[in-house]
Design a protein around this ligand. Structure first.
Ligand code: MG
Length: 165
């Protein structure tokens, strides 16, 4: 069995009137991430962690924001395609740990729904997906509610049942 670790980070500016998708869940809010896609920072950070674990580049390489087919795309589709890439390379996800950094709104009421949404896309147990949240104590661009950030760390293991590694 081989192990691979990866990390990902993503930021988006927050603007009024955009839907706020986070972890595959629509959060009621007067503002949301400005982006070519739906701007889901948590799913983007997870995609980058998965790609990074296998040295496969980053989300911008696989899903360029210059490509009109990704305009306003549901980031769950990007996550699913990224997971397929991992599986096709002989690995599967052991677990994912994430942190969302955001001043407002508070995301605690939505973290279980996010875990379920991500687990459903990746076909893994919700127990293997951790979502933590923090603020910046009102410091900087996140503290001023101008932006949102997410980080993700993942551990991949070889998919022995399929590939016999
Ligand atoms: Mg992004």
């Amino acid at each position: 069995m081989k192990l691979r670790i990866g990390n990902g980070i993503d930021f988006h500016r927050l603007i009024k009137g955009r839907p706020f998708f986070l972890g595959g869940v629509l959060i009621p809010c007067a503002f949301g991430p400005e982006a070519h896609s739906d701007g889901d920072v948590l799913l983007h950070a997870i995609c980058d962690a998965l790609l990074g674990a296998l040295s496969l580049g980053d989300i911008g390489l696989h899903f360029p924001n210059s490509d009109p087919k990704y305009k306003n795309i549901d980031s769950k589709i990007l996550l699913s395609e990224t997971n397929n890439l991992i599986l096709n390379n002989g690995y599967k996800i052991n677990n994912i740990d994430t942190t969302v950094c955001l001043e407002n709104p508070k995301i605690k009421p939505y973290t279980i729904a996010m875990q379920q949404a991500i687990a459903s896309v990746l076909n893994i147990s919700v127990n293997n997906i951790s979502i933590k949240a923090t603020t910046t104590e009102k410091l900087g661009f996140i503290g001023r509610q101008e932006g949102v950030m997410a980080t993700a760390t993942c551990l991949l293991i070889t998919n022995d049942t399929i590939y016999g590694n």
